[in-house]
Design a binder for this molecule. Structure first.
Ligand code: AMP
Length: 284
């Protein structure tokens, strides 16, 4: 694996490689969820580039940024094991040479207004800025992202459109990797205490219950059950929603004629966790 810290060096290397590039953006503290994206890219024969950069502009909570786990040596070991071809490890000056405020900000309209966008003001602007910059540098044929951050996937799909890269860069949304008890793998899980970790699979159980009760009970009843259960177990639920899986329009009730996705976010102590699950599968 080749490691680059400078954008120009990476660009020069990629321009000489003569192979389509598969790109996996990350913020490090890598786990099996990230590795699944690398493996998918490798299995599709791409020259696989992983970036690790904890992007300050996408954190609305300074404490969350300060406490974000960093484990670069262990990350490199995992990437070597996954046979990743290239690691891009830039510092902030390299990503934002003219300062973060000068980096292009994109408008994602309704897509960034609800759900995560409503609870993390400015988050998707930051995500758009950093992924936009990396897409310019890396110019991948495919970008691999996890369904775990479903709204982010749709935002980046829109970014590809806004940057005029359709036809050049295609998005692959890869399945959420879970712990044996159902908890979605996440770098933030490392910040959970043991008792918190034992409780955290309740998020998954809520999603299963939303999926199972589709068609049997009004969504409002199921949402209230989830909110009550989470609160009773010591979580601070932020949202439990049902949305159209293509547009992310929030739905008041189950609608079997639309592709539906259930999404939720809750805080456990200081750690904010998100997850989602398709409720029915209807092709686009
Ligand atoms: P992050 O490092 O949290 O910014 O995530 C980098 C990429 O890994 C994003 O595309 C995430 O959606 C994806 N990812 C994070 N957790 C998982 C998971 N449990 N399963 C699959 N992909 C994931």
């Amino acid at each position: 694996m080749v490691i680059f810290r400078k954008a120009a060096d990476l660009q020069q290397y990629l321009s000489q490689a003569g192979r389509p590039v598969g790109y996996v953006p990350t913020m490090g503290a890598l786990h099996a969820g990230h590795v699944s994206l690398i493996r998918k890219s490798k299995s599709e024969g791409q020259l696989t580039v992983c970036s690790i950069f904890v992007n300050p502009t996408q954190f609305n909570d300074p404490e969350d940024f300060r406490l974000y786990p960093i484990s670069t040596e262990a990350d490199i070991a995992l990437l070597l094991e996954a046979d990743c071809d290239v690691l891009f490890l830039p510092d902030e000056a390299e990503v934002y040479p003219h300062g973060a405020v000068m980096a292009t900000a994109y408008n994602f309209g309704d897509l960034e207004a609800g759900l995560e966008g409503a609870h993390r003001p400015g988050h998707f602007r930051g995500v758009g800025q950093v992924v936009g910059r990396f897409l310019e540098i890396i110019q991948p044929a495919r970008i691999y992202m996890g369904q775990k951050d479903y709204q982010q996937c749709l935002v980046i799909q829109k970014l590809i459109e806004l940057m005029g890269l359709e036809g050049k860069t295609r998005m692959a949304i890869c399945p959420t990797q879970r712990e044996p008890d159902g908890l979605a793998m996440s770098s933030r899980n490392r910040r959970l205490t043991d008792p918190q970790r034992s409780l955290s699979s309740i998020l998954y159980q809520c999603l299963i219950s939303i999926q199972t009760k589709s068609g049997d009970q009004p969504f409002e009843t199921v949402r209230k059950e989830c909110f009550d259960l989470l609160t009773q177990k010591g979580f601070e639920p932020e949202y439990v929603e049902l949305a159209d899986a293509h547009s992310l329009e929030v739905l008041n009730d189950y609608d079997p004629n639309r592709p539906m996705i259930a999404l939720l976010a809750a805080k456990l102590g200081k750690v904010r966790l998100i997850d989602n699950m398709m409720v029915n599968e209807i092709a686009a």
